[in-house]
Design a protein around this ligand. Sequence first.
Ligand SMILES: C[S@@+](CC[C@H](N)C(=O)[O-])C[C@H]1O[C@@H](n2cnc3c(N)ncnc32)[C@H](O)[C@@H]1O
Length: 264
Amino acid sequence: MSNFLTEIFYVLQPWIPHLLFVSIVLFVFQKYGGSHIQPWFFSKVYTPSLSNYHVKLRSMKQQHFDSMKDQISADPILRKKGALRILEIGPGPGFNFEFYPAKSELTVVEVNPFFEDQFFKKQAEHPHIKMDRFVVGFAENMKGVPDNSIDIVVSTMVLCSVRSIEGALQEIRRVLAPGGKYYYWEHIREYKYFWVLFVQHLLSYTVYDLIFGCRLNRKSDEVIKANKCGFSSIEQQRFRTPLEPGFDQLCVFHSAHVKGIATK
Ligand SMILES: C[S@@+](CC[C@H](N)C(=O)[O-])C[C@H]1O[C@@H](n2cnc3c(N)ncnc32)[C@H](O)[C@@H]1O
């Protein structure tokens, strides 16, 4: 047990003062300063802290999204143009633009309005994507998006933050056209190392929730696989992001991932 605690302390030690400081500041602001501080702060720290992650995993993500190009739109007008209607939930700063096939028409539903500027800057670098709408709202309630209207839904590292995974999945299935596909790539609850899971629980209900609005200990893979909302097929694989120096100091706590495609 003492080895176990020493190991946890060793991994977390350089981060403890920073995490504590930011948590206390956010706690005070949330309590006394309204609800805007956390989303604003998150939009500022997220992009620089995750850019390495996205560079290192680019080719793996590319492979995951590659089959999108074979999808045929359910909309006859888009089909004629060889285009797809894509909905991304929680795009943040727009790291996924580069994976979308040319001529895609993109709607996004993002709860944090402070990402809007970064998102549109990124969009300017990808003129082959036509921006339809940036909706500030919840994936669990996409009432502005009609039933059966979307060819592809995408989420990457979003189910850790939504209020209800089941609610988001129901909405995703509702808006997808028959035969439409949901591509997901999510970090999940640790399934092998008990001590990592232990720290995930600790962080999830404290600093991670306060700073990133994120739960490290979610079993998103199991919830999707349970398929309560009735996808016709689900193919998914667990994988781990690399544990290597310079990748991401805290990555051991969100190394367990799942990627998959669910078809309506
Ligand atoms: C960890 S970030 C991931 C950003 C981006 N998808 C990526 O892969 O880098 C989670 C994103 O989901 C958004 N988000 C959280 N809860 C949401 C919800 N209920 N509906 C829509 N977006 C949500 C957050 O604002 C944030 O932009």
